[in-house]
Write a protein that binds this ligand. Sequence first.
Ligand SMILES: [Zn+2]
Ligand SMILES: [Zn+2]
Length: 406
Amino acid sequence: MDLREKRNALLELDLCDRCLGRQFAMLGHGLENYERGAIARTVENLKEDSFVDRNVPETDPTGEECPLCCGLFENLEEYVDQVIRALEPYEIRTLLLGTRLPEEIERAEEKIWEDFGKKNAEPTKTELNRLVGRKVQTRLGVEADFKRPDVNAILDLRDDRVELQVNSSFFHAKYNKYVRGIPQTVWYCKECGGRGCAKCDYTGKKYQESVQEIIQERFLKSADAKEATFHGAGREDVDARCFGRREFVLELHDPRKRSLALEDIQEKLNRSQAKVELFGVKETSKDKVKEIKEKKADKTYRAVVRLSGDISEARMDKISEVQGTIDQRTPKRVVHRRADLVRERKVYWIHAEELCRGVLDITIKAEAGTYIKELISGDDGRTKPSVAGQLGCMARCEKLDVLDID
Ligand SMILES: [Zn+2]
Ligand SMILES: [Zn+2]
């Protein structure tokens, strides 16, 4: 079927100019589909190059009772209002609009494509998205973003409502933790899974506080969001402090506000408590989560180590032999959640000093992913060499701090 035949056959259907023109949407530039429709209706010898500005006739649009769109495009302003009302509670900067068409329109469109071919045609949905989307963007002063908009809005013409998918906002920063005994993220009670039970004093949590909770509270309040996810670049143990400025991304779910007074939040957070300090908060995107999770940072630690006996000076010197490549089998304390295998890690340097009888102060710089407590204790032979192994006695890490993160 050539272009003219297709046009002649389509004219039999009594489509409106828009719906007629949409069947030729890929032809010509800078035209609206209703203009293409008017051209198709009036240019007798219709060809691919007929779809140009000067062929647009000065006639009123025709086809009010269109069997395809059923007058859908007459209601554009109404749809725009509907979308804007739904978006009202949210501060947004970018938007992507989609529509769900009534089934009878989708069926009518499928039928036309079956009968006359889909070549050059644009789906009704796409045109409606574009027209409504453009008007909403102009009125709200927001941009279209096809990849990662602040909000995906679906204009659902089947159920006459607007469905919103509000995407998370992301903030990147670094933290130090100056106290022991708080985990990095919310730690729910294992007994009750967070519902609350006698064991957790009906709090639902194993630890009443976490770095995450200390940090997120002000963000949640400012953004008027209910929930957050804390993505850390690794984590220190509950009983370890961290002075190395650890990176993290805080993800706020379903935020109503996106422009936050970040410096103010950071300053107030740092002034209001002394357990956690925040550095360099900046807004970021979802990609940052992956980026910081993949970073492998070498770290410097300080450990206070208790020994089971007195050590001769000659023995003490053997500690330095831990330096180099070590074999570390997955520690007993984490093997329930990580694959049991032997990993090679590098210990760049180790320095030990006797604090008092049977107590050592050890600083170590080791490769990302080294388990320091096990490097000290030997973990029943699972880490080789180890401080305990070199000393020939038991060695237990009593205190651990992360001094520096490369
Ligand atoms: Zn129509
Ligand atoms: Zn519980």
